[in-house]
Each structure stands twice: as C-alpha cells, then as structure tokens.
Design a protein around this ligand. Sequence first.
Ligand SMILES: Nc1ncnc2c1ncn2[C@@H]1O[C@H](COP(=O)(O)OP(=O)(O)O)[C@@H](O)[C@H]1O
Ligand SMILES: [Mg+2]
Ligand SMILES: [Zn+2]
Length: 506
Amino acid sequence: MTLARVRSIALEGLRGEIVDIEVDISDGLPGYVLLGLPDTALQESKERVRSALQNSGAVWPNKRVTVSLSPAWLQKSGSGFDLPIAVALLVAQGIVPEESADRIIIMGELSLDGSVRPVRGVLPSLISASQQGFSEAIVPLGNWVESSSVLALKTIPVSHLREVIGFLVDGEVPDVQMPDIETRGVTHPDLSEVVGQSGAKFALELTAIGGHHLLLIGPPGTGKTMLAERLPTILPPLSNERALEVAAIHSVAGLFNPMTLRDRTPPFLAPHHSTTPTAMVGGGSQAIKPGACSIAHGGVLFIDEAPECASGVLDSLRQPLESGSVSISRVRGTVSYPANFLLVLAANPCPCGRFNGRGRACTCSSIQIRRYMQKLSGPLLDRIDIRSFVEVPSRAEMASTEVGESSEEVRKRVLIAREIAQERFKFENWSLNSKIPANQLRYKYRATREGMTFLHAELDHERLSARGFHKVLRLAWSVADRNGVQIPGLSEVETAYRLREGVSIQ
Ligand SMILES: Nc1ncnc2c1ncn2[C@@H]1O[C@H](COP(=O)(O)OP(=O)(O)O)[C@@H](O)[C@H]1O
Ligand SMILES: [Mg+2]
Ligand SMILES: [Zn+2]
C-alpha cells in the first residue's frame, strides 16, 4: 500500500470542513511535497512529522512523499494536521491498517519527540465532524475535556504518537482519567459590593432587561469598572446552545474554559483602550482569529476610558453592533464569527477626570472637554441607548453599612422582565426591546397617548432628535417591563428620557 487517506478538519470561522489527507509514497528522488493551500505552520510540518515518527519507533520513508490536503480550495492552517499526516504516512507504509484510520477524525500537533500537543478550535471542529456523521476522534490529551463536550462523539485522548499507533494497530486505548473539573471554586463579583450609585445600577438593570448598550460617564474611582464587571451576573444565564457557541469561539481563540459550559454566566471582556482594530474584531495574516467582540459574544464587552481609544477602534465595532457578527474578508472568501454582545463604554467626564458639572476642581477648558467627548460621538453613540452619570459616592454612602441588592435579586427581576418582552414579541423576529425596529415604534409599539405627547413636544422643541426619540421609546419599554406596566406611559417615558438625555454631552 503506497497510497493512504486519513481524515481531519479545517475550520472556516466556526464551521468545520472535513479534510482528506492523502499520502503517496513513490520511488524516485527522496523529497516531500505538500499540496492544497497550506500556510507556513503547515509547511513546516515535515520536520515535526519526520522527527516525531523517528522518535516513535517508526521510520521516515526515504522515498518521494507527496501529501495532498483536499478540498484544495480550502485554506488549511496551523499545526493540527501534523498528527493526521504522520498517521497517513504510517498507513501508506502498511504499519497502520487502512481500515482502522478510515472513519476516524484525527487532530493534533506533534513535537519533535513525538508527543502530541493541544491545538485550537477542537470544539467547533468536532461539532462539525459529528454533524457530518463521524462518531470517533483522536484528540490531544490537552483537548480532551473540550472534545468530550461533544456528546455524540467518542474521543480517544493521546499524548504521544506511540499511543496513536497502539490504538490504531492494536486497539489499545490510552489509560488516562478525565481531569475533575472543579465547579465550586467559581465566584463572581456581586452587585451588592457596589456602594451607592443607585442611578447607575438602575441603568445597568435596564441594560440587562432590554439589551441596551450603555455609556457610563463619571470621574475615576467611582465604580464604573465595578459596575460593568457585574453586568454578566444580572444577565440571564447562557442557554445550552449559546454556551456551546461561546465555548466554540473561545476554543478557536485558544481560550477554552470548561466552566463556560457549566457555570453559564455570560462572558465579560475588557480590552484595553490601546487595543487595535484587528484585536477588537478579529483577523490575522494566517488563520483568522476571533477578536474581542467575538470572545465577548453572548456577554459583555467593556471599554474603559473609551475616548482614549486609538482611531478606528471604536468605529470597528459598528459592523458587529449592526449585524451581531463579524465578517473578515481575505483573498479566499470571507470568514465570519458571531459577535452579539452588550457594549458598555466608560468615560471620564473630561480629560483630567475631575469635571463634575460645577467645574470646581477641573482644569480642562470647555474646548478640551468637547474634543474629548466628541471622540465618542457619531455613529457609535447612535447605538447606545443609555447614558448614565456615575457620581462620587457621598461620604454617608461610603460609611453606610447597609448592603445593597444582590446580583441574584436583580437578575430575578431581569428574567421576569425579559419573559414579559418575549411574550409580547413572540410573533416578531426579535425578542429584546433594544431591537424594536424604528417603524414599529411609531405604530405597533407606541407609548400611551400621554407618553407620545411628551416625546412629540420634546421633538418640536428640538430637545430630542429623531434617533433619540426611538431610543427613548425602546428604553421606555424596558422600564415598563421592569415595573410590570403593560404599555409605557408618561412616567416610563420620562424615566427613559432622563436616562437617555440626563447627561449633556457637549
Ligand atoms: N461605588 C463604589 N462602591 C464600592 N467601592 C468603590 C466604589 N467606587 C469605587 N470603589 C473602589 O474604588 C476602586 C476603583 O473603582 P473602579 O470601578 O475601578 O472605578 P472607575 O472605573 O470608575 O475608575 C474599586 O476597586 C473599589 O475598591
Ligand atoms: Mg475604571
Ligand atoms: Zn477636567
């Protein structure tokens, strides 16, 4: 047997394509040819595979070796093809029986000494493999916990090429114990730890209820970061399906954490304001990796000191905010990742941070303040429904021993409010108040007559833009759902109006 075929997987975004790895060993000048759009890491597989085979008691054929990965149009990247290439070489040499490797997915990177190292993207790869009818996979031991979340698949964890040979030749399954995943150790911060800030907490709750994006403005050290970090603890836990999707994205990013599948608290990600647009939305020259906004999928993306962001970084969020996903084009087609997150931005009220409306300690000129805030203006602010001013907690608040509401109590209200909204929208193609289309707000999802009259008067006085009008209405629905009011009236509309326009951004 000089021609052999083994199966592995290449990812396009979260979608896995089965890749056939064919090896042909023929007489002729010794050499190694790799066909089928390999990237640099894959080009370098030869040395790893050769050395690993030799260190596993097998031989490298001193002949002409052609390795072909198909389908040919699919870009294959990374080192995860080392192991299947090595196995294909063993099949071609008659060491591993052809039929034992035929219906099994093989993934793994090889070290020179033959040990098998973990690779990225195992979870989405195996989900795809299982959907395409495969029922068995050989995976690096370091990816075993991850791969075992694909219940329909039997996985064989390996730590050395020798074990792979032992399994495929003699059916010996490596004797290893699944590591115990400790669930008790996980603790989350709690909203009760934030002192005072009732206004900002209310804004946070509405954010969670309606899926509204939020801007927190306030001097440093007032708890903006604390508040944002606690948003995931009042959001509904991730559904089964969503948790698997989030874990799959994290797997591709090399951040897989089994707790995502157990704990179900939505992810929280806080990229620094010095981050690049590529790190924010994803990209890369070889394999396209998910960016911060995909890693935050299903949860919260928090950007502290947002006006300090490099140019282009905030703008790069427009596409995901609009579509809930990120598409990155490259020479061969487009890769896309889900990116549906709640955006929380934090900003100081002015460059020096001490502006408090009365201008006491602040040394910034009004032009400086305007310039600073203008960095947030435009299309991005259009997507943010709530602006909340976070003030310095008073001395009395800081000294108080009264414990505020816990995350769990607030989460209960959020869940009830979301159920109300879901019931109302059961025949619509959205389920969150922040997603009500503008035209529907003017007809089907209006406030009461008093509420609408108030908003129209504000429009007439040019105190409210058309866009602001829609946002206040969406937010008013969230206030109504929180308070168990069936249709937002004057009170809900006014509350929403204050949250929307309460802070004057000059
Ligand atoms: N409202 C608050 N309640 C309790 N602690 C606070 C509060 N505001 C600030 N702190 C304390 O100050 C630290 C900094 O808060 P942080 O949330 O980072 O502020 P900001 O993001 O507004 O600059 C926190 O770690 C906490 O110890
Ligand atoms: Mg902060
Ligand atoms: Zn200032």
